[in-house]
Ligand binder design. Structure first.
Ligand code: NAP
Length: 255
């Protein structure tokens, strides 16, 4: 049976990916920090879908723990990698410590770079495989360092998709809008300021992303409303984008 590795599968979008991949018949390697929670998710998924789940507890921002996850790609074939683990900062760049900023840069960029590198080499040798890098629609608008990191994820993934297509390896950036997960509570964000029509369901998001991956898309923007927002973003005045992009954020950011 084919195997998929998902980072951040204990909640939100990562959990929806783990369920989708299990439904598609993949055995799973599940990577996150909280080992007990990982084991619970693994047991649940095995019970629900009858696939094998391997638990790899790691803080991906720790270089040594990241190296253990990278080595997993050499230990046995991984056909699908979902680089999903991530977090946001409530405060603006200047109000965070440089260590907090570097931790975010590490998880959203460095980890994606290194795990993609570890994954695609054996995929190229086998002539098959897929990498989904979870980005964000935030990457299409100016919204601090988080948006800058996600812009990198989208640019990196869509460029690599073109280069690896002929080698039988699919790469796709998934750019969600607001999704109901633990993300906003973890960053202490006030969700009430975001209109209800802007929220997406993680399972629907992943179903649409999976269809896009199967169709060979390099960038997936699930739901018509976010497709419109992304298409229109370049025509909307930057002042309006800046105002909308402060929704739910720390007051200091609204200036
Ligand atoms: N929710 C949204 O509105 C939204 C929108 C656009 C993009 N995204 C992106 O979607 C991805 C998933 O977000 P989500 O909303 O599903 O978040 P979530 O519900 O908060 O889940 C985050 C997952 O990542 C894991 N994780 C966090 N830090 C980690 C670390 N240092 N090492 C290993 N695992 C770590 C968490 O497990 P542990 O805490 O146990 O490590 C958890 O499983 C992120 O890349 C996020 O930027 C989210």
């Amino acid at each position: 049976m084919a195997t998929a590795l998902v980072t951040g599968p204990t909640a939100g979008i990562g959990r929806a990916f783990a369920d989708k991949l299990a439904l598609e018949g993949y055995d799973l390697v599940l990577v996150a920090r909280d080992e007990e929670r990982l084991k619970d998710v693994a047991a649940e998924i095995t019970k629900l879908h009858g696939v094998a789940c391997e638990v790899l507890a790691a803080d991906l921002t720790d270089p040594e723990q990241l190296a253990v996850v990278e080595r997993r790609f050499a230990d046995g074939p991984i056909e699908v990698l979902v680089n999903n683990a991530g977090f946001g900062q409530k405060k603006p760049f200047w109000a965070n410590t440089i260590e907090q900023e570097e931790q975010q840069l590490d998880l959203l960029v460095r980890v994606v770079l290194r795990l993609t590198h570890a994954a695609v080499l054996p995929m190229i040798e086998r002539g098959s495989g897929a990498v989904v890098n979870v980005s964000s629609v935030a990457g299409f608008v100016p919204r601090g360092t988080y948006a800058a990191h996600k812009a990198w994820v989208t640019s990196f993934s869509s460029g690599l998709a073109i280069e690896l297509h002929a080698k039988g390896v699919a790469v796709m950036a998934l750019a969600p809008g607001f999704v109901h997960t633990e993300f906003h509570a973890r960053m202490g964000m006030d969700k009430s300021s975001i209109p209800s029509f802007m929220w997406l369901d993680a399972t629907d998001l992943v179903d649409e992303a999976w269809k896009d991956l199967m169709q060979g898309k390099a960038v997936s923007v699930p739901s018509w409303r976010y497709k419109l927002i992304v298409a229109g973003a370049r025509f909307i005045p930057r002042s309006l984008i800046a105002r909308v992009s402060t929704l739910g954020l720390d007051g200091r950011r609204r200036g």
